[in-house]
Design a protein around this ligand. Sequence first.
Ligand code: SAH
Ligand code: DHB
Ligand code: MG
Length: 221
Amino acid sequence: MSQSTWSAVDNYISSLYVPADSALDAALAASDAANLPAINVAPNQGKLLMLLAQMQGARTILEFGTLGGYSTIWLARALPPDGRIVTLEYDAKHAAVARENIARAGFAEQVDVRVGKALDLLPGIESEHLHPFDLFFLDADKPNNPAYLEWSLRLSRPGSVIIADNVVRDGAVLDAGSSDASVQGIRRFNEMFAAHPRIRATAVQTVGSKGYDGFAIGIVS
Ligand code: SAH
Ligand code: DHB
Ligand code: MG
């Protein structure tokens, strides 16, 4: 089994479970046209995020790493009409593409795209009392994942759900001596997420059109 099989099976799955969708197709086309990197979640993963948010009954969501807003649109589809997403994006160009994509998908009123380094934006979110958030999606720069976990806990309530993308990275996460700051950030995140007294969590490996990687998911108590 290898990438071509994983991609073919993802296409098979998505052809059944995730039919063509004009808002999401347009978001990916616009992101591609603007030369954004194609590191959004896969369609079936996006739908998984939507389902998890819906199972959680999430009304407030905090996303770290917007890119072109692809995962954001999936998460927004789980919200009730008065639900809100705050999504944090460092790159102003990514944020501009995301705002257009999110508006085209019909969620301009519900999604607040904030531009800056997430660690610089978080104190303002706290002081505006936009928390507690019902669900967090950690998908920005991986070296800061431990700090994003601490902030998520700070802005959570008992029962909040925390989801992190890219916790396996082709198995690179096994290398304790890695000189890659992303790998070290993910390793530290996994250790903290696994052992934190307020969190019940697990991680699963995934293969598919986005390669070999994984998600971690946990609930705050
Ligand atoms: N969640 C998106 C993909 C996000 S890719 C999706 O699945 O559709 C990661 C994003 O994090 C990139 O757009 C990158 O610019 C952004 N990013 C990198 N460092 C950041 C930081 N310090 N704060 C906020 N966003 C950051
Ligand atoms: C990268 C980031 C992601 O969030 C992802 O899902 C895949 C790749 C990256 O920075 O390379
Ligand atoms: Mg990711």
